[in-house]
Design a protein around this ligand. Structure first.
Ligand code: SF4
Ligand code: SF4
Length: 263
């Protein structure tokens, strides 16, 4: 359908995030330092964000766009409220006042813990090992946050993602974690023993159900308690009703790959 919808001029945008907090629908997020429309279905086209932009980067245009979907917005905001609760817990733990307040405005970046704002970035390119023998290793990480507890359900990095879900200990044990496992992947980490695995399973079910995740690889340690991560991911995929290829990779406590294959 042709309708009115927000237009963002990235040349003018300075990434201040004021539009994120002024959009009641959570339609805008800061990605790679620029405001981006997360989904056309979240934007009602009324332009509540425009007046808060200090650089004039926001205008309303009329164009072909998906219809505004109030139900999708509700779902989206539900995920953001959950994130806000977690951010408040983190803020309290850090001795800060929680972002709190009512409504959902601070839930997506402006008022909460800035460390858990959803971000995506370019992964480092392949290196020529012969030419770069002495060059420092580069990070392959392409998304933030990586903690499963903090990741928003609708984070843009989940769209069409090959997802790596790693036990907390695996990157410390496996020396070439970045080189072998992260390239081209969206990364989440968690501990099935110390974290709330029931919450993780519910959250992953919602992530799989809401986003078009292409594949999942679970990296877990050989110690028996860590297999819980593989189990909860498998259950979450089943509960989501999606058919998502799943791979298990078991890492030894000395960092070796003990076994790896389709689950
Ligand atoms: S308020 Fe304007 S300048 Fe700030 S992030 Fe949004 S679009 Fe960019
Ligand atoms: S379950 Fe054990 S091995 Fe696995 S991430 Fe937690 S502490 Fe580490």
């Amino acid at each position: 359908m042709v309708r009115e919808i927000i237009k963002i001029d990235e040349e003018l945008c300075n990434g201040c995030g004021d539009c994120v907090t002024s959009c009641a629908e959570g339609a805008i997020q800061i990605i790679d330092g620029k405001a981006k429309l997360v989904s056309e279905t979240y934007c009602d086209g009324l332009g509540a964000c425009i007046g808060d932009c200090p650089t004039g980067a926001l205008t309303i245009e009329e164009r072909e766009a998906d219809e505004f979907d109030e139900e999708a917005v509700e779902q989206h905001l539900g995920g953001m409220k959950e994130k806000q609760k977690i951010e408040d817990i983190v803020s309290r733990a850090m001795g800060h006042k929680p972002a709190g307040g009512h409504g959902h405005a601070p839930a997506h970046g402006g008022g909460g813990c800035p460390g858990s704002m959803s971000r995506m970035f370019e992964q480092a390119p392949d290196r020529d090992p012969a030419a770069d023998e002495l060059a420092p290793a580069l990070s392959r990480l392409g998304n933030w946050p990586v903690q499963l507890m903090l990741a928003p359900i609708n984070a843009p990095c989940f769209a069409g993602a090959d997802l790596l879900i790693s036990a907390d200990c695996a990157p410390f044990a496996h020396a070439n974690f970045h080189g072998e496992f992260i390239k081209g992947k969206t990364v989440l980490i968690g501990c099935p023993k110390l974290d709330d695995s029931g919450h993780y399973q519910d959250k992953l079910t919602r992530i799989f159900g809401t986003n078009s995740v292409k594949s999942v690889e679970v990296l877990f340690m050989e110690v028996p308690c860590c297999f819980g991560l593989a189990s909860l991911v498998q259950s979450a995929i089943a509960d989501s009703g999606r058919q998502i290829p799943l791979k298990h990779t078991k890492i030894g406590v000395r960092g070796d790959v003990v076994e790896s294959g389709e689950a």
